[in-house]
Design a binder for this molecule. Structure first.
Ligand SMILES: [Fe+2]
Length: 242
């Protein structure tokens, strides 16, 4: 289940804020798909340069200085959550016409795929040339979740995601579909059960994207036993929006 939606009558509302993070921090005024150029400058510590040259496992694939900058921005700039919630109201609610409330991921995950690395951690069982093969249910996510991916830069070729088009397909990961998204589009996908992965980014262009998970409120309430007492319960990983 894969659908590409368009930001109708509106430009992607997230791009300016992300640009501002790097303008403020590094005086970076270029297109965000060239963000990796910062890694060659003295503005980045040697330790952080080394970190971004390597692939990482699931446990420390979120230690990037750029991800920390994003979280600082979310914590200090209330405007971000206003934009995020407005996006949910305008673009996501219409996709769930029977719901008056939605359970949404409190803060989007931001992903950076820099040239010659990948945006997610490796899995010990990854096939050759495949990075982080999984479906989200492997990580304890509830099967009522729907995934949304919002590009901040264009997503294409090896800077993007690869996914199996149908649940339970026997398709080899090297033959998965490649996700192509322009920045005026966003993806809805059932990545809870559809396997997906990354490749090493060979495009020379940085990919930045958000991914979020959404559960119809009615489904959350039907599955309270699943969530209660876990990191996924309301107030921790998720929040309700009306
Ligand atoms: Fe995933």
């Amino acid at each position: 289940m894969i659908q590409i939606h368009k930001f109708e009558n509106q430009t992607n509302p997230f791009i300016n804020g992300i640009q501002d993070i790097f303008k403020t921090k590094y005086n970076f005024n270029d297109n965000l798909e060239n963000l990796h150029e910062i890694l060659e400058t003295p503005l980045i510590s040697q330790e952080d340069k080394e970190y971004h040259k390597q692939l990482h496992g699931w446990k420390n694939d979120r230690n990037s200085i750029f991800i920390k900058h994003f979280h600082h921005y979310v914590d200090t700039e209330p405007n971000f959550n206003e934009i995020y919630h407005q996006f949910i109201k305008t673009h996501i609610f219409p996709l769930f016409p029977n719901e008056t409330k939605l359970v949404i991921q409190k803060t989007p995950n931001i992903r950076f795929s820099f040239p010659e690395t990948a945006a997610i951690g490796c899995d010990p069982n990854d096939p050759e040339n495949i990075i982080g093969l999984h479906s989200d249910s492997n990580f304890g996510h509830n099967e009522n979740e729907m995934n949304f991916i919002i590009p901040i830069t264009k997503m294409f070729s090896t800077n993007s995601i690869y996914y199996e088009p149908t649940i339970g397909s026997q398709i080899e990961p090297r033959d998965f579909e490649n996700l192509k998204l322009e920045t005026d589009e966003f993806l809805q996908a059932y990545f809870n059960k559809l396997r997906h992965c990354n490749h090493i980014n060979k495009t020379n262009k940085t990919r930045i994207s958000f991914d979020i998970r959404i559960i119809p409120y009615s489904k959350y309430m039907e599955n309270l036993d699943f969530f209660n007492g876990t990191k996924f319960e309301l107030g921790k990983y998720y929040m309700v929006i009306t």
